[in-house]
Design a protein around this ligand. Structure first.
Ligand code: ZN
Length: 389
C-alpha cells in the first residue's frame, strides 16, 4: 500500500511538473507546432523497467596488469548528476538577428548595439553559453556542465552585422558590428564563447566593406563562425518550382564553397521564414545545381516560431527548426523567453559538459529521440544522481 501511495504521489507530482511546463508555454506561444513540451506529461512511472535498453554508464576500466604506467593519466572527476541535473533534451534558443543599429531600433528585426550587448550580458548572467550551430547540428555540444547552450544566427549578410576595414596590412572587423561586439564581450567574458552562424544572399554583396567576399567569409570561418545559405535573391521559396529552388540555393552553396575552399555550408535559413511547397521541401535541404550537389542538413524558420528545439528530442523536425527573434518587443521574442526562463528554468537544456554523452533524467527518457544519438552514449540518471542500468 505504501508503495502504491508513493507511486500515486509520484505520478501526481510528475503530472504537475508536466502541466506547469505545458501551460506556461503552450498557452502563450502562438505557434507550438509539435507537442515538444506537452510530451513531458506522458512520463510513465514504469519507465524504470525499460532501463535495460539503455547503455550502462561508463564502467571503470581495469588498469592493465602487465606494466605499471609511470605517469598515471589524470582522471576526470565523475559528474555529480544530482547536483548538475543535466537535461539534454531541453530547449536551446537559436536566436535570429539581422542588422545591428547604432541608434534606437526602428523595427523588431534590428537590434541596437546597446541592446545586443545587454542581450549578451543577460544571457551570460543567466548561465547561457554560446554554442556553435555546427556543434548543435552534429549533436556534440560541449558547453561547460551545468550551463545552457545558446546559438546566435545573423541573416541577410548585412554590413552592420559584420564588415572589415583596413588596419595597416591587416583587415579587422569594423567597430560596433556584431562580430566586433562579440569579440569585445568574449575578451571580458572568455567563458561565454564567441561563435555565430551567418546566412548570406548573393544579389546584395554580403558584408560590404573592405576585402573581397572570399576575405570576409574566410575571416568568419577562421574565427570559428559558420556560414549558411539564405538563397541567392532572398527568394520567396513557396512561389518557386524545383529548378528555381535549386538554382537559388545552388548559387549560394557554390559562392560559399568557392570562397572558403574545403568548408561545408551549414543549413538553410528560409527567407521571410517562407518554406518551399510541401512536396518540394526536401530539395531545400538536398539538391543539385549545374551538376554540383548541395546538402544543407536543416532548415531554419523565422523567429517567433515555437519553443526552441533540440535534435535530441522526440518530434524534432530538421525541415522546420524554430528560432527566437533577437528583440524584446513581442511575446516569444528573446526578451520574453529570458523572462520566461527566470520563472521556468526547468525547460532549459542543461549540459553535462561532455559532447560524447547525452544525459537525461530518468523521468524524461521517453522524450529522447533515439535516432539522433548516433554514436553518442546515452546516460540516464535518477533523482539521487545514480545512473540507471
Ligand atoms: Zn532574410
Amino acid at each position: 500500500m505504501a508503495r502504491l501511495a508513493k507511486l500515486a504521489a509520484l505520478i501526481a507530482a510528475l503530472a504537475l511538473v508536466g502541466c506547469a511546463r505545458t501551460e506556461a508555454v503552450s498557452l502563450q506561444l502562438p505557434e507550438t507546432d509539435e507537442p515538444v513540451i506537452a510530451s513531458e506529461t506522458s512520463v510513465e512511472p514504469e519507465a524504470a523497467s525499460l532501463a535495460t535498453t539503455i547503455e550502462p554508464a561508463a564502467e571503470p576500466t581495469l588498469a592493465p596488469t602487465a606494466e605499471p604506467t609511470p605517469t598515471p593519466e589524470p582522471t576526470q572527476a565523475p559528474l555529480d548528476y544530482a547536483a548538475v541535473k543535466p537535461y539534454e533534451v531541453g530547449q536551446i534558443m537559436i536566436i535570429m538577428y539581422h542588422g545591428i543599429s547604432k541608434g534606437p531600433e526602428s523595427n523588431p528585426y534590428e537590434r541596437s548595439q546597446d541592446n545586443f550587448w545587454k542581450d549578451m550580458e543577460t544571457l551570460y548572467d543567466m548561465g547561457f553559453r554560446l554554442a556553435s550551430l555546427k556543434d548543435w547540428a552534429e549533436n556534440k555540444i560541449s558547453v561547460e556542465a551545468g550551463y545552457t547552450p545558446v546559438i546566435f544566427t545573423f541573416d541577410d549578410g548585412l554590413s552592420s552585422t559584420f564588415s572589415l576595414e583596413a588596419n595597416g596590412q591587416e583587415l579587422r572587423p569594423v567597430q560596433g558590428t556584431a562580430v566586433e561586439l562579440m569579440d569585445r564581450f568574449s575578451e571580458q567574458h572568455p567563458d561565454f564563447g564567441n561563435t555565430a552562424a551567418f546566412y548570406i544572399n548573393g544579389d546584395m554583396e554580403a558584408f560590404k566593406g573592405a576585402g573581397t567576399i572570399a576575405d570576409r567569409l574566410q575571416y568568419l570561418v577562421g574565427k570559428g563562425h559558420d556560414i549558411g545559405n539564405h538563397t541567392y535573391s532572398h527568394a520567396k521559396l513557396s512561389a518557386l518550382g524545383a529548378e528555381d529552388i535549386q538554382k537559388e540555393i545552388g548559387l549560394i552553396d557554390k559562392l560559399i564553397k568557392d570562397s572558403v575552399p574545403g568548408y561545408k555550408p551549414l543549413g538553410l535559413s528560409y527567407p521571410f521564414g517562407i518554406r518551399p511547397k510541401e512536396e518540394l521541401l526536401p530539395i531545400g535541404l538536398d539538391g543539385t545545381y549545374q551538376g554540383e550537389a548541395y546538402s544543407n542538413g536543416f532548415g531554419l524558420r523565422e523567429g517567433q516560431s515555437g519553443p526552441p528545439a533540440t535534435p535530441n528530442r522526440n518530434g524534432f523536425d530538421p525541415l522546420n527548426v524554430p528560432r527566437v527573434r533577437g528583440s524584446s518587443g513581442e511575446a516569444t521574442d528573446l526578451g520574453w523567453f529570458l523572462d520566461y526562463y527566470k520563472t521556468n528554468p526547468e525547460g532549459r537544456y542543461i549540459s553535462d559538459g561532455n559532447p560524447e554523452t547525452i544525459a537525461v533524467p530518468l523521468e524524461y527518457k521517453d522524450n529522447i529521440n533515439m535516432e539522433s544519438l548516433g554514436d553518442k552514449k546515452l546516460v540516464v540518471y535518477d533523482e539521487s544522481g545514480i545512473l540507471a542500468e
